[in-house]
Design a protein around this ligand. Structure first.
Ligand code: G3P
Length: 220
């Protein structure tokens, strides 16, 4: 399973990259706004800065909601770097745009996915990645991880190539459960990724190893 970081923060992207486990980055308009990035030129420059840090795929989301606008914006974004993946919302015009991008060889990430039916449409259109939002589904007391498992089963049965990118990750258990359910990729904020490190027995064990080592050195 690939690890993407879900942020527009250059500092957090660098921190995840330094761990040596980073396969890519996803952003969205809310994450760009959180970093105070606005205006076409600043947005473009920010994507370039992200692509300078990571070799893996970087999802850059279109703002337009009509076919023509999405195509113009998507082509501009795809021209920025070979690792840009154009992120397109799961709406009728979005599916048309994904089909067109597939035809001309631009890779896509179909975002805002909340059902298996939407997942089938995106795969038929040739989306490179599919982003089901598991945290937002859980927020409504539905089963986000259950949706990942359902899509993984459908994609396996049908032989679809689209990669399942579990998004809207809220905690480290989501990452573990998405791996079990068959996600090809998770995209997560830095916090849940770092929380995978945590276990009290690791801390206790390390303290004891270091204390025993120090005692042996004293007695030598
Ligand atoms: O990038 C899309 C997704 O990961 C958003 O997550 O936490 O805003 O539901 P969240």
């Amino acid at each position: 399973m690939k690890f993407f970081i879900d942020t527009a923060s250059l500092a957090q992207i660098k921190e995840a990259k330094d761990l040596g486990i980073l396969d890519g980055v996803t952003t969205n308009p809310s994450l760009m706004a959180q970093e105070g990035i606005s205006g076409q030129i600043n947005i473009i420059n920010h994507y370039k800065a992200i692509c300078d840090i990571v070799d893996g795929d970087v999802s850059a989301e279109v703002i337009s909601t009509d076919f023509r606008g999405m195509v113009e914006e998507g082509k501009r974004l795809a021209d920025l770097a070979p690792n840009i993946v154009v992120k397109v919302p799961m709406i009728k015009e979005g599916i048309k745009a994904i089909s067109y991008f597939t035809e001309i060889g631009i890779r896509t990430n179909c975002t805002l996915v909340f059902s298996a039916g939407q997942a089938i449409l995106a795969a038929k259109a040739g989306a490179t990645y599919l982003s089901p939002f598991i945290g937002r589904i859980d927020d409504l007391n539905w089963d986000g991880i259950g949706l990942i498992a359902e899509i993984a089963e459908i994609y396996a049965v049908q032989g679809y190539d689209t990669e399942i990118l579990a998004a809207s990750i809220r905690n480290s258990k989501h990452i573990v459960d998405a791996a079990k359910a068959g996600a090809d990729v998770i995209t997560s904020p830095l916090g849940p990724i770092l929380a995978l490190l945590n276990h009290p027995l690791t801390d206790i064990g390390l303290q004891k190893f270091l204390a025993d080592h120090a005692k042996a050195a004293q007695n030598a």
